[in-house]
Design a protein around this ligand. Structure first.
Ligand code: AP5
Length: 231
């Protein structure tokens, strides 16, 4: 398939890849994305974009903040605007990982439409499977670097020095929505509003299931193997 990057540069179809990382909160979407960035993928995390917008006091952040605090989904129209901006930002989106988008059928439909307008389509949807009790342990133990955004886990991926980032020495913090009652709500929201996308993408023969219970390196390796086959 012939294609053009948002910069207008022609790129052979073989280099074009839009990959959706689908999975419940804590399934490892962000962790896999961090590891795949080294392979030349642009990481688009709607959660990260929203948190940055909240911090900067931008309008979409103000609109999103109360939903995020409760662990509810931000309205579709806000999210679709954000994804449109990502694709027209001038970043190289020829190979990208969509982490946390879409999360509802209307979001998936609008994404499909937007990509068709750009002459593009989703190459693969990688579904990270992980049991709910493990998700709660993962999320409640997650820590993030305030400075560079690197992800850790107090038990599974601990920093060398407590609360200090190995990479940049920044302070590690816990996300406000990683408290147990909010985690439970986020998992409920996922089951009610997002899980249906598994069947939606399965019908389109785009979905690949990956065992998200393995170590982060193994999961990232399995995802890479799937993406290599998709080219
Ligand atoms: P978002 O930031 O996307 O949160 P999420 O989907 O709940 O996902 P997480 O980031 O919590 O989990 P993850 O799967 O990335 O796991 P991670 O790799 O970090 O969204 C936040 C909020 O924004 C939403 O609640 C909503 O309000 C809003 N929002 C965002 N997108 C939206 C949309 N499209 N529509 C509407 N609203 C939207 O790993 C978690 C922990 O586990 C880490 O500590 C990690 O170190 C550890 N870990 C990861 N992998 C492994 C492994 N294999 N083994 C052991 N530990 C592991």
């Amino acid at each position: 398939m012939m294609d053009f990057s948002p910069r207008g540069v022609y790129v052979a179809g073989v280099n074009q890849s839009i990959v959706i990382l689908l999975g419940p909160p804590g399934s490892g979407k962000g962790t896999v994305s961090e590891r795949l960035r080294a392979e030349g993928y642009t990481h688009v995390s709607t959660g990260d974009i929203l948190r940055a917008a909240v911090k900067a006091g931008r309008p979409e952040g103000l609109e999103a903040e109360s939903y995020m605090k409760r662990g509810e989904l931000v309205p579709d129209e806000v999210m679709i605007r954000i994804i449109r901006q990502a694709f027209s930002s001038g970043k190289d989106m020829s190979r990208c990982l969509l982490d946390g988008f879409p999360r509802t059928v209307p979001q998936a439909e609008r994404l499909e439409q937007m990509l068709a307008d750009l002459g593009r389509s989703v190459a693969r949807v990688v579904f990270l499977e992980c049991p709910e009790d493990a998700l709660v342990v993962r999320l409640s133990g997650r820590r993030i670097c305030r400075q560079c955004g690197a992800g850790y886990h107090v038990q599974f991926i601990p920093p060398r020095k407590a609360d200090v980032c190995d990479t940049c020495g920044g302070e590690l913090y816990q996300r406000a929505d990683d408290r147990e009652e909010t985690i439970r709500n986020r998992l409920g929201v996922y089951n009610r509003q997002t899980e249906c996308l598994v069947a939606w993408y399965e019908k389109k023969a785009l979905l690949v299931r990956i065992d998200g219970r393995n170590t982060p390196d193994r999961v990232a390796g399995d995802v890479l193997a799937v993406l290599a086959k998709a080219r």
